[in-house]
Each structure stands twice: as structure tokens, then as C-alpha cells.
Design a protein around this ligand. Sequence first.
Ligand code: ADP
Ligand code: MG
Length: 399
Amino acid sequence: MEEQDGMKEKKLVLEQFEELYGGHGQIRLFFAPGRVNLIGEHTDYNGGHVFPCALGYGTYAAVRERQDRKVRLFSLNMPKEIIECDLDHLMPETDLGWEAYPQGVIWAYEKWGYSLPQGIDIAYAGNIPAGSGLSSSAAIEVVTAIAIKNLFNLEDVGLVKIAQLCQYAENHYNGLSCGIMDQFTSALGKKDTAIFLDTNTLDFDYVKLPLKDEKLVIVNSMVKHSLVSSAYNERQSECKRALCDLQEIMGINELCDLSPKLFDTYQSAIKDDICRKRARHVVHENARTLKAVDALVEGDLETFGKLMNESHVSMRDDYEVSCEEMDFLARLGWETPGVLGSRMTGGGFGGCTVSLVKEEAVEAFTQKVTGEYQKKFGIRPKVYVAEIGDGAREIAIES
Ligand code: ADP
Ligand code: MG
């Protein structure tokens, strides 16, 4: 990840668009960010709370409508070929590449009753590393969705609906049983602010981050273990099994309807040991998220940081979605003076950690992480001080 202002990507994507597609007609430019989740992991498909922020990094899309029903897609981040399809023949298939993300969004619009009047040409350029847990997938979905909304004046499609539509696309076109957190954050993020979202009701509050002398530091481990999507769906079904067992003895709709106390009392109803562990993570993580937000609102960053650490431990031990590299990076955070909290962020099995770091310790933490991680794994991690930015939007093109 380079500059967070996207100057380079904006310029490149517009140049590339003209070079590839040529022709006439107004080109428009859109952006949707990636996200970093501060706490509340794997709660969003269990009716719980999450606390993410949108990043300055994201994906840009240069877009123009066509006169026929073709869709052409190109990404500067992918092998250099234009992918062409037809508005009327989109279908979920198993062997699709990256194009499944934008195609899924177009397909979802059609499914939801928004017949697009004509096709489009799109070129993408992103500056989030794909597959690192910062949700480049939501960014490409949401930027596609907002471009279509604006191009075709779909006035009743608000940002929440965009998030829901993109989640639907990822679930049903890409086959990943994800919750709504990533798409919601990409659509509705706000500068220097986290979103406290109840994924059950979609009620949310913006919480201004009370960071004065602290920074959010993201460390990219540069590893991604291949399990991600299969394990994700497996966790989702383990949670479902735990919920079904509990529903035999109590009237709950979601795992996150339970407090930790109630869970401790009734957990023996969950027959399978593994499913019980998964549910324990979910219930406790939800409670931790509520506590963490309270602490943050009171300006108690020490407590917020401790809850981040506990969140990592729970993902490591109960949810089992961590890996050696993530544990190593989180531990470096826990051991470094001036680091208030450190945890893996995103789905798991690699990707990034996020740490809350006192400004005066950022340099020492960066040095330590870079040196020790490289010594242990032979890979140079990337460290960024995160800028928390706004959600999806159209960008004026300067002539
Ligand atoms: P994450 O969302 O954590 O980055 P995912 O595996 O969910 O990881 O999504 C990454 C995938 O999204 C990529 O492999 C690619 O298929 C697609 N993708 C993301 N950004 C882009 C982009 N700018 N251009 C093309 N495809 C992209
Ligand atoms: Mg993703």
C-alpha cells in the first residue's frame, strides 16, 4: 500500500479507461474504501455487534454507460485482459476469477428488481492489498454498486441497501457466507470515526475516535493461508449448529442474543465440543465489543486495548482462525511498551493485525515488528499508520 490519498490510482484508472475503451461519452469516477475492524470479529453473521472503520485505501472505478447490453471489466490490479459479459446472462459459477465480485453486484441488482437499462464499461484500480483482511472484496463490490446507482439514477438505493445488496452478491454469487460488516463499512464509513453496528437490526452509531496521541497501526503479515473461504463457511455452519442446539432449550434467534453469563449456564446444550468453542468466542466477542465501545467513548484507551488483546486470544483459542504469523505479530504488540492493544483483524489465517499505539512508540514498534518478523519468517511485513476515511462516493474529475 502506497499513498493513502489515491492520487496515483485516480490518474492511472482514468488514463487506462481511455486507452482501453476509447470512444465518447462522459466518464465518471467512484471510490469505495477497504476497512479495518477494531473489535467484533465473526460476530456479524451471528447477529452481534462490530466496530470497524473505513480506510483511506480502497478501490477506484472509472465508469461509462454503453449503448448495448454488454459489460466490460478491467482491473489494473489483475492480469491485463478485458473481461466481457452480457447483462442478461450473468450466473453464479464456480470457476470465475476476480470478475465474480463486480459481476455478482450487477447480478444482484437484477435479482432485486433493478433492471439495468444498458451495459457499462468499467476500469478498476485499488490500493488495498487483496486478500489481506482489509476487505478489498467489499471495496470492489461497493464501488461497483455505487457507480451503478449513480449512473442509472437509482434513487431508492441508499447506502444501507448498497451494503445489503453487496453482501447478497458475495453470499450468493461468490459463495462466501460473510456477514454485512465489510460492505456496510465500505458504504457508510466516515472520516476519523468508527461504526458501532448492530448487525441484527442494522442500527448503528458513528463513534468519533478519541485519538490524540495514539495511532492505529496496521501490520500486513504478507501471508494468506489458502483455507480462508472454506474455513469461513465451516465456522459459519459450526455457529449454526451451536445455535440449533441452544434453540432446543431456549428461545433465541441468534447466538449474540446470549450474554456470556447465560451462555456459561446453558452451553452444555451444545453437543459438539468444537461448536461450543466457536459459540463461546462469538458470545464473548460480542460482549467485549460492547465493553470496548463504552471504554472508547469514555476515552479509556487502556481498557480498549486490553479488550483488543482478549479478542485476539479468543480468535486464536476458541475460534481457531489465527495462525503462527498472526500470533507472532500480536504478541510483539503485547510486548512493546506504548502499544495499548494488538489483534488480528479480518477473517483470519493471515492478513493483518491492527494495533493501538501511542504516537511516540510508533517508530519503535515499526522497527521491532519489521526486524523480528523478518528474522523469524523471512518475510518483510508492511506497516502502515492507518488513515480513517469516508465511505463510498463519486469523485469529481478534474479536467
Ligand atoms: P480481502 O477482502 O480481505 O481483501 P478476499 O479474498 O475477500 O480478501 O478478496 C480478495 C479478492 O477480491 C481478490 O482476490 C480479487 O478477486 C478481488 N479484488 C479485490 N480488489 C480488486 C481489484 N482492485 N481488482 C480486481 N479484483 C479485486
Ligand atoms: Mg473479503
